[in-house]
Design a protein around this ligand. Structure first.
Ligand code: ATP
Ligand code: MG
Length: 290
């Protein structure tokens, strides 16, 4: 068990909004005509410091430094093979499962170095969950997909309630409430992906990492997930890898553009898509390569 993480998490579960913060900037701007606050105007939850990532002798990420603001959506974009998934996996120690990976530099979560030997990677992955490209429900019932993780983690609360609230947060409850004990594999692809999001939420994470969560989905399911992301960022920090420029522009507050393992540009999404500082960013976001 990792005390710093546990303490930090406990301290952060109450009174999380900084004073005066508008939780849902776009919605409130629509309602009140106010200018939404800068997405950068939020506490940092993850700091990536001078991070280099190697597979054996091959370097995949070169000295990347970036900060992830709390309760915002950060998009990571860039051409295939530029290191997006590699970087994402270092944010919750998922790369521990990948053969031959070595990192230099640091990844800090609420000020704690995630690679400190005292840190328990299981606890890291509970607080920083992940949703993958291809929906991967367990071959079990819808109910068991959600309840399994918390129950093996010794969840003491009401499991029925947890299943319901997780499915509600993932905007799936109404579609599945009458068939909770049917196989999750009978759901559509888009429903399966929302189930995987519900499964991640049931672990009560603070951060959710998503690696191209919509790339296997049709446009209607994609749009449902995008709406859901907008809801989720009121409570969670989201880091999303996407190949879909429209999606990055629509859903994220902050965008990081990578090329060949280098962080080329990081900025507010609107700036990256309308006034990129770097010519390569401009060429990429306007679809001239990648
Ligand atoms: N398990 C691995 N072993 C060795 N090399 C790897 C491994 N995974 C990724 N790489 C290499 O690291 C580099 C970055 O790969 P990564 O999967 O992070 O790219 P990506 O930006 O996510 O690409 P895509 O958009 O295609 O998913 C590539 O050169 C890739 O070949
Ligand atoms: Mg990838």
């Amino acid at each position: 068990m990792m005390t710093e993480l546990a303490i930090d998490r406990g301290a952060s579960t109450a009174g999380e909004e900084p004073p005066g913060e508008v939780v849902d900037g776009r919605a409130s701007a629509r309602v009140s005509g106010r200018v939404p606050p800068s997405p950068l105007d939020a506490p940092t939850i993850i700091s990536v410091k001078d991070l280099s990532i190697f597979y054996g002798d091959n370097q995949a990420v070169f000295s990347a430094s970036l900060t992830v603001p709390e309760k915002r959506i950060t998009a990571i974009i860039g051409p295939s093979g530029c290191g997006k998934s590699t970087l994402l996996r270092t944010l919750n120690r998922m790369n521990d499962f990948v053969e031959g990976v070595r990192i230099e530099g640091a990844v800090e979560y609420r000020g704690t170095d995630l690679y400190d030997p005292k840190v328990d990677p299981v606890e890291v992955r509970r607080q920083i969950g992940m949703v993958f490209q291809k929906p991967n429900p367990f071959p079990k019932s819808i109910y068991r997909n959600i309840a399994w993780g918390p129950s093996i983690n010794g969840y003491q609360g009401d499991l029925d309630e947890l299943v319901k609230s997780s499915l509600e947060k993932a905007a799936l409850w109404d579609e599945v409430k009458d068939r909770l004990h049917d196989s999750a594999l009978a759901l559509s692809g888009g429903q399966q992906q929302r189930l995987c999001i519900a499964r991640a939420l049931a672990m009560e994470p603070a951060v959710i990492l998503m690696d191209e969560p919509c790339s296997a989905l049709d446009p209607v399911s994609t749009s449902r997930i995008e709406d859901l992301l907008f809801e989720l960022k009121q409570r969670y920090t989201i880091v999303i890898v996407t190949h879909n420029m429209h999606q990055a522009a629509r859903v994220s507050d902050l965008t990081a553009f990578f090329e060949n393992g280098h962080l080329i540009e990081l900025g507010e999404t609107q700036q990256i898509f309308t006034r990129p500082q770097n010519q390569r960013t401009e060429e990429y976001v306007t679809g001239r390569f990648g």
